[in-house]
Design a protein around this ligand. Structure first.
Ligand code: HEC
Ligand code: HEC
Ligand code: HEC
Ligand code: HEC
Ligand code: HEC
Length: 379
């Protein structure tokens, strides 16, 4: 932790500005030419068994002075959206105390699943470098719902796990990016090769343009081919009107459309997306399906006048050009992120709310599941 504080202090002297939308600042903030300064190592890596950032005598790819986790972690003094690198924090090393608005970024946080921190496997993706494998998930390391043919994605840049059929390689843990990861292309096993060029090329999607997504850098959050609007603070100060906008689709059988956020999850959890049935009664909870403009769904988020709920959000079926608080049943869709975070949350199954609190026939708060299933509580 001492080192995180030192890096933070250095950042303040050099004068980072945050938040940033693409890479800015002096090369030396993030790169080291020889991994040596006055003879000492400069590069830093995160050690999940101790929760500390430590010097690495081994140089890192692309001459970087930190690995993915070390550069995207936030130490005790870095409790907000970005750290001294100007990087969005996805692993706070102090408890964020909740999720969402001013607690975590949109994707949630790896704090609770991190070994030396929360150490609760069910609360996040057990990504290599953040935690050890989730031994409750069987077969070990295999994504529940794994469909080998779900990839390649829209940019035709490789299949996750090489389309390993019928099962995922037994000892292969999930990685941030690449062949076994979510970000970057899926052809390169090395996460840095998979993401090469993306940071400096993060120029396509913005808060007002969701049109590109033909490179890693211009795809939604480096998720190849996925579209959406990128809130400049990664939702840190989200409101019902100011937030990321996710892409959805009105029906999406057999991965017909590969630009939606739910397809990005389906790349590993395919059957949870493709085997849902075609209409009510459904077989699995639908995603990439329109909220009916009838019945209880037509009354979406009634406690807040029907505006976009940052707790149980919806996706849009077109490339919108601004974030909006308007939700239109009959048009907007349910998605994986209506209920889950992508990285981690304080809740089991990476949920956005406490599932045990969802009790049919009692209570009048239309939160969580009741945001859409508005008639299933007591009012
Ligand atoms: C805020 C951090 C940061 C700063 C500042 C920064 N870089 Fe990078 N750079 C990265 C990261 C992270 C990667 C590796 C991941 C990637 O390619 O997306 C990278 C990759 C690269 C690459 C290889 C991939 C590519 O885009 O060609 C080059 C070359 C590079 N940087 C040069 C520079 C130079 C020159 C400067 C200063 C003018 C600079 N960088 C400043 C973070 C930074
Ligand atoms: C040296 C620091 C550094 C390293 C190492 C680094 N990043 Fe980043 N990353 C940044 C900074 C700074 C930003 C914010 C600037 C931006 O959005 O382009 C960022 C942004 C991102 C974003 C959000 C992009 C967006 O659209 O907002 C993702 C996703 C990401 N990094 C993934 C990774 C992955 C995966 C790795 C490892 C393969 C990695 N980063 C390694 C510094 C780093
Ligand atoms: C690159 C593959 C991959 C992608 C893409 C992926 N996951 Fe996962 N997911 C896994 C693996 C592997 C596991 C099981 C091990 C673990 O918990 O990390 C898992 C587990 C989960 C779990 C159960 C967590 C637990 O520990 O019980 C949830 C919920 C989940 N994923 C949701 C999502 C959502 C939502 C998305 C899209 C934002 C997504 N996943 C994208 C690979 C992936
Ligand atoms: C963002 C809105 C949204 C949220 C949040 C949501 N659902 Fe749904 N749910 C839907 C939609 C839309 C359908 C499909 C409705 C239809 O086609 O008739 C659906 C269908 C269902 C069905 C099957 C109904 C059928 O007709 O076959 C069940 C059961 C269900 N949801 C339970 C839940 C539970 C439990 C939660 C909380 C964990 C939840 N839902 C959260 C929107 C949502
Ligand atoms: C309506 C809310 C809702 C939606 C939408 C939703 N999930 Fe879930 N998911 C849950 C809940 C609740 C659980 C845990 C309890 C259960 O399975 O009934 C869960 C569990 C999971 C698990 C753990 C399964 C296991 O074997 O432990 C994974 C993985 C997962 N979801 C992925 C996804 C993906 C991927 C999508 C989109 C294709 C998705 N979910 C959409 C509510 C949802």
């Amino acid at each position: 932790m001492v080192l995180i504080v030192l890096v933070a202090a250095a950042g303040m002297i050099i004068g980072f500005s945050s938040p940033v939308l693409a890479i800015t600042g002096q090369c030396v903030n993030c790169h080291t030419m020889h991994n040596s300064q006055d003879g000492a190592s400069v590069a830093e890596t995160y050690d999940f068994s101790t929760g500390t950032i430590n010097p690495s005598a081994t140089p890192l790819a692309q001459l970087l002075n930190a690995d993915c986790v070390a550069c995207h972690a936030g130490g005790a003094s870095e409790t907000e959206d970005t750290n001294s690198f100007g990087a969005p924090i996805v692993l706070h090393t102090t408890n964020p105390n909740g999720q969402g608005y001013q607690a975590t970024l949109a994707g949630g946080d790896f704090y609770w699943v991190g070994n030396a921190l929360g150490d609760d496997d069910a609360t996040g993706h057990n990504v290599a470098g953040v935690s050890d494998p989730d031994t409750n998930i069987l077969p070990l390391n295999t994504p529940p719902g794994w469909d080998p043919v779900a990839t390649p994605g829209a940019n035709d840049d490789g299949q996750i796990a090489g389309g390993a059929s019928p099962s995922w390689p037994a000892d292969q843990q999930l990685t941030c990016a690449g062949l076994y990861g979510c970000h970057g292309n899926h052809a390169d096993a090395d996460p840095f090769a998979a993401i090469k060029g993306a940071h400096h090329g993060n120029t396509g999607l913005t808060e007002t343009s969701a049109v590109l997504a033909d490179t890693i850098g211009n795809s939604y959050r480096f998720l190849s081919g996925i579209r959406g609007l990128e809130n400049r603070e990664w939702n840190w100060n989200e409101t019902s009107a100011t937030h990321n906008e996710y892409r959805g689709r009105a029906g999406n059988p057999n991965y017909q459309n590969k630009v939606t956020i739910s397809y990005s999850c389906a790349q590993c959890h395919g059957f949870f997306h493709s085997d849902i049935g075609t209409q009510s009664p459904w077989l699995r909870h639908p995603t990439d399906v329109v909220l009916p403009a009838s019945g209880e769904y037509n009354d979406y988020n009634p406690d807040n006048g029907g505006v976009y709920s940052i707790e149980a959000p919806v996706a849009r079926v077109t490339n919108v050009s601004s974030s909006s608080d308007v939700v239109t049943p009959g048009v907007d869709t349910v998605m994986c992120l209506s209920c889950h975070r992508a990285h981690g949350s304080p809740e089991p199954d990476i949920l956005r709310w406490t599932y045990a609190d969802m009790q049919a026939g009692t209570g009048t708060d239309d939160t969580g599941c009741f945001t859409c299933h508005t008639t299933k509580n007591a009012d």
